[in-house]
Design a protein around this ligand. Sequence first.
Ligand code: SF4
Length: 254
Amino acid sequence: MKLHQHFLRSMTDENIKAFIVCPYKLYYEFIDKKKSPVDWKQIVQQVINKVVYSYYQLPFEQRNATKILSLVEQFWSKVPIQKFESRIQFYTIAAKMTDDLIRYLTTETNPTPPLFLFEKFKANIEELDVDLSLTFDVAEWSESSFVVKKYLVEAKPDMLMLYFYLTIVFSKKVFKKIPEKIEVITILDGTKHTYTPTPENMEEGINYLKLIKHLLGDSSSFNELFTEEQCAVCPFEQVCERGARKGTENNYLS
Ligand code: SF4
């Protein structure tokens, strides 16, 4: 019961993300602390984060496509090819990631460095009785605007919704302001998802997070929440006892 209570009172964006992908994954990754082999998507995400971080650190006049190419080369050269399904996949993903990073980063026209660059914040959300942690990848703040950006390998609609509401609730609690714009760039499909939050979204966000907290605490619903389609690419596929757990879910987090 101790771990269960801890998880319901102190949540991170990574915990909730794992829970949305699959409740059992959350269990293996953060509670049972089984070592998960790093998969290629995590590796690509790490490279994207490093390129974005390094790029925004540059003086504005040095930000260009050539610089992005050299940053990608610098970080991609350390990526182990054997983590990918094939050599073709390794090179195809590298080309796609490079194209999209160039396409989106070179269109950034704000010469002022972001106020936050991959900074983690923690806040108490009293409506939920939860301490919540969230990393802001890129946040641009001026007197007249507040824009939050994230560069992801990929994101399904439920993940985009999570990020949208987490950002709004968090921004309001920590900065007393909701972002004027939230942008999520998903590299593998080359899409920019742009949202313009409204004050009403704050209440929706609180209700959404209440629902997540409720589902987290109700392990009897876990069997309805996971989908087999995730299992094929899950790093816990070899150790997962989802079948054996059927009927014993109430003890899962206790
Ligand atoms: S193998 Fe399937 S059910 Fe098990 S943790 Fe992974 S995604 Fe979830």
